[in-house]
Design a protein around this ligand. Structure first.
Ligand SMILES: *Cc1c(COP(=O)(O)O)cnc(C)c1O
Length: 400
C-alpha cells in the first residue's frame, strides 16, 4: 500500500449492531422451526457491512455460512483458527476451479457445482483430493444463471460416475428469479416444480451410481423463506434480511398476507459522518460541481467529508436528505467524490460541529438504506454492498 491506511480523524464511520443481526436470525429460527437449517449469506463483504465485523454474530447464530469465493471460505476458516472457534459449515455458492478445490476439501468447505467448468474441475481434481469434497448440485429452475436444467441434469452429472467417493453429493439447490418483485408467486411455483423434477433426476442418477441419495435441499433466499413456505425444504439461505433489510416492499406486504403477522427486522448498520465545516453562504451562491443548486437566501451549509468514493451514490445529488440533530436536512447540489454539502440552516450555526446520519436513526428520525435506494433508483442490496471496505467499522455486540 502506497499510503498510510489509517482512517482519517474526520471521516465517515459505519456502526454495526450485532445484537440486531442475532435477533434477525432468531426471528427466522422462530418462524421456520427446528427442522430447517438457517444459512447466513455473507458474500459481498457481508453485504457491505464488513465480513470480519459480522462474522462473530453470523458464526454464532447460523448453521451454515454462504460465501461466493474460495478465498472468502478459507478466510472464515482462518478466523475460526485465530479465534479458536469450532468450525461451522461453509458453502461456496460461486464458481470454483482447479487448485481451489484441493484447498477447500482440505478445509472441510462445501462447494456448489452449478456450471460445466466447475463440474469438469471437480472431476479432474477428484484423484488429487486429500479429503472428501462435499458437493451441492445447482438446478437451474428458471433463473438462467447457475445450475443445470432438469432436462440436462442426468447428462451433465454423468461424469460423476468416475470420481470415486472422494466427491460426495450432499445437497441440491436452486435460486428463484421472481419472488421479491411480485405479490403472487406463479413463477416461483413453476420453479419449485422444476426443482422437484431435478430432485427426481438427481436421486435416480445417484441411485444408479450406487451412491447415497439423501440430499439436503435448499431453495429459499430471504424473501422465499418468508412468503413461500413450500420453498423452505431442509435449509434456507438468508442474506439481506439477516442484516435487517427487507428484500422488497412486496415481500413486506406478502409477509402480512402469508403469515398473518409482522416479522420484526432490525437494521444492523448505521452510517455517520462528522462535519468538516459549517458555514454561511450568501444568497445567489451555488453549491457543488455543475452549479446545480443555488441559494435563494442566506443559507447555513455543512460540508461532510464523504462522497461517492465511500458508496454514497452520486444519483442522490439534490435528492436525498441526511439527519442532523434529529432533523431531515437536504443534500444540496451534486454528491462529490469525497464531499457532501447539506442544508443545516434550521439546525446549526456557522462554526458548529455536527454529525450527519447518512443511514440510521437520529433521535426519533430515521433514514434507511431503502430510502437511499429509492432516491438512487436501485435496491438496498446495492446501497449497502457498495459501502467502501475502507470505512472504519465500530461494532457493538450487546447480548440481547
Ligand atoms: C445472494 C444469494 C442469496 C441471498 O439472497 P437474499 O435475497 O439476500 O436473502 C441466496 N442464495 C443465493 C444463491 C444467492 O446468490
Amino acid at each position: 500500500m502506497a499510503y498510510d491506511p489509517r482512517p482519517p480523524i474526520v471521516g465517515s464511520r459505519i456502526h454495526l449492531d450485532l445484537g440486531a443481526f442475532r435477533a434477525n436470525v432468531t426471528a427466522f429460527r422462530d418462524l421456520l422451526g427446528t427442522g430447517v437449517a438457517v444459512g447466513g449469506v455473507v458474500k459481498g463483504n457481508a453485504y457491505g457491512h464488513g465480513l470480519d465485523a459480522i462474522l462473530p454474530a453470523a458464526h454464532a447464530t447460523c448453521d451454515v455460512l454462504h460465501v461466493v469465493t474460495a478465498g472468502e471460505a478459507l478466510h472464515v476458516r482462518a478466523v475460526e483458527r485465530a479465534r479458536d472457534l469450532t468450525r461451522r459449515r461453509v458453502l461456496v455458492i460461486g464458481p470454483v476451479r482447479g487448485p481451489e478445490l484441493v484447498d477447500l476439501a482440505a478445509a472441510g468447505v462445501e462447494v456448489v457445482v452449478g456450471d460445466a467448468g466447475t463440474l469438469a474441475d471437480v472431476v479432474a481434481a477428484a484423484p488429487t483430493l486429500g479429503a472428501p469434497l462435499a458437493v451441492h448440485v445447482h438446478v437451474d429452475s428458471g433463473l438462467s444463471r447457475e445450475g443445470f436444467a432438469p432436462a440436462h441434469l442426468a447428462d451433465a452429472l454423468a461424469p460423476l460416475a468416475t470420481v470415486g467417493d472422494r466427491v460426495r453429493v450432499v445437497g441440491l439447490l436452486t435460486h428463484f428469479a421472481d419472488v421479491e418483485d411480485v405479490t403472487e408467486q406463479r413463477q416461483a411455483l413453476r420453479q419449485l416444480e422444476a426443482f422437484a423434477e431435478g430432485e427426481r433426476v438427481a436421486k435416480q442418477l445417484l441411485a444408479d451410481l450406487g451412491r447415497p441419495t439423501e440430499l439436503e435441499r435448499h431453495t429459499a433466499a430471504s424473501a422465499a423463506a418468508l412468503v413461500l413456505p413450500p420453498s423452505r425444504y431442509d435449509a434456507v439461505r438468508v442474506g439481506i434480511a439477516a442484516y435487517g433489510l427487507w428484500p422488497s416492499r412486496e415481500t413486506r406486504i406478502g409477509v402480512r398476507a402469508v403469515l398473518g403477522r409482522e416479522i420484526d427486522l432490525r437494521p444492523v448498520l448505521s452510517w455517520r459522518c462528522p462535519s468538516q465545516v459549517v458555514k454561511a453562504i450568501e444568497p445567489g451562491a451555488y453549491v457543488g460541481y455543475g452549479c446545480t443548486w443555488r441559494a435563494e437566501e442566506s443559507t447555513t451549509v455543512a460540508v461532510f467529508p464523504v462522497g461517492y468514493h465511500d458508496g454514497y451514490p452520486r444519483l442522490l445529488s439534490n435528492q436525498a436528505h441526511v439527519l442532523v440533530r434529529g432533523r431531515r436536512c437536504r443534500v444540496l447540489g451534486r454528491v462529490m467524490m469525497n464531499h457532501l454539502v447539506v442544508d443545516v440552516t434550521r439546525v446549526a450555526s456557522p462554526g458548529d460541529d455536527v454529525v450527519a446520519t447518512l443511514i440510521g436513526r437520529d433521535d426519533g428520525a430515521w433514514v434507511s438504506a431503502d430510502d437511499l435506494a429509492g432516491w438512487a433508483q436501485t435496491i438496498s442490496y446495492e446501497i449497502v454492498t457498495r459501502l467502501g471496505a475502507h470505512l472504519p467499522r465500530d461494532v457493538v455486540d450487546d447480548p440481547a
